[in-house]
Write a protein that binds this ligand. Sequence first.
Ligand code: NAD
Length: 493
Amino acid sequence: MSNLELLPINVAGQWRLGGGDVYESLYPATGEVIARLRAASLADVEEAIAGADKAFRTSGWAQKLPHERAAVLYRVAQLIRANAEELAQKQRLDNGKPISETRALVASAAGTFQFFAAACETLEEAITPSRGPYVTLSVHEPMGVVAAITPWNSPIASEAQKLAPALAAGCAVVVKPAEVTPLMALELARLCEEAGVPKGIISVLPGKGSVIGDAITKHPLVKRVSFTGGTTTGKHIAHIAADKMMPVSLELGGKSPTMVLEDADLDHAVNGVLYGIFSSSGESCIAGSRLFVARSIYDEFVTRVAEGAKNLRVGDPASESTQMGPLITARHREGIERYVDLGVSEGGRIRTGGVRPQGEGYDKGYFYTPTILEGLTNEARITQEEIFGPVLVAMPFDTEEELIAKANDSIYALAAGVWSRDFKRAWKLGRAVQAGTVWVNTYKQFSVSTPFGGWRDSGLGREKGREGIFQYMEQKSMYWGTNEQPIPWANAL
Ligand code: NAD
């Protein structure tokens, strides 16, 4: 056990040690302990939610005019930018992503706050057409206390995606970061406070999902849960939400197809496929993990992708040139290795990768080589189940009908990629594939102004986009009487 000082957590605006177990955050590149904290206890959950409810009712945050809340959110964006390098380095240590990626995540968090500040300030409500002697209005009210439960793969960006619109709406937010990556949510809460978000409006409660996350979700004062994570956890949360009649948004898993037609620009497609599956070490919900290539170009294309995969720079996340860092934990790497073994037992051939890299710098961290399997069908378990690692299954296809049927043959429907120079074919495929996001001649590009979410087991609801603020608000219709006479029915005159 390391003797690093224990970090405080945020319980209703009080920075103090949690009442739960001691957690250690390990640097996945070396296994070193980089931070220690005491997780939240169930008593902390109670206190945080009661405090959030009080802050919602009494701090004045919900009553601020939109441009006043927006000013605070703009300051959060500025503070994130002012602290960008420190945040990016801390996140690299917390989850092992290459520094180039953690810098991008920090920039995205700042952009998210800026966007929702602008949206908050400019969002309009409606006067609806009247059908009687009254003016009808559709307005929105903040829900109250809401929860943000996030996974470990893109901290700060995931938290910003929930915190910024919820704060813009005027809500109080209880954040439950993933067990293995608690640091960025705490940093973000500090910056929000520094920017002027009243104490108590944000709590950050690190701890075990099945205990702390569960207690937050079940709490009667929590009016909405915005969850990003695995599909099994998402379904569990949906059941609790059904009992409480609570709205939820669920951003869940994926097994996204990338489709390469014979007329594609192959240089672009090779790069896009490599980026789509191997960036973030494949620990990405939208990883393009099923590759369908037109049979006439299959050999040439997969050979080029395999060469590209072999040449990726796997290693030290602190190095500017690293493309793939380690996996998040030793356990997660073992899970991925079991999947690759399963793929081989299902008849797959490893085209490249499938091993831990050897040599200096690799001995202590949880590194794995970019891996491509072939010879499998779309029905194989390794082709159907989310691996959440750097493993691509490549398959040839003959006709577009077959391609569409296979692309859609998955419990998931989060994202898809189409590579073709033929506008009409790309349009047809892009419309036929069932997915929350379709990239045509690009992949894994994100904009906070564009709604994001999944179909089927990939989730429920959408985040991002101006409308994202309304997730955290209840809609209210108001009828404003304009009649000179009383309502005639009662005949009380
Ligand atoms: P996970 O479901 O294990 O955990 C996610 C969060 O939920 C963590 O904070 C965890 O502590 C908490 N949690 C766990 N059990 C809970 C419970 N019973 N009640 C309440 N909270 C609980 O997921 P993970 O392993 O952290 O993340 C990987 C998964 O996230 C992958 O499936 C990936 O596809 C998905 N993901 C989806 C998106 C998206 O936007 N669709 C983005 C990133 C990750």
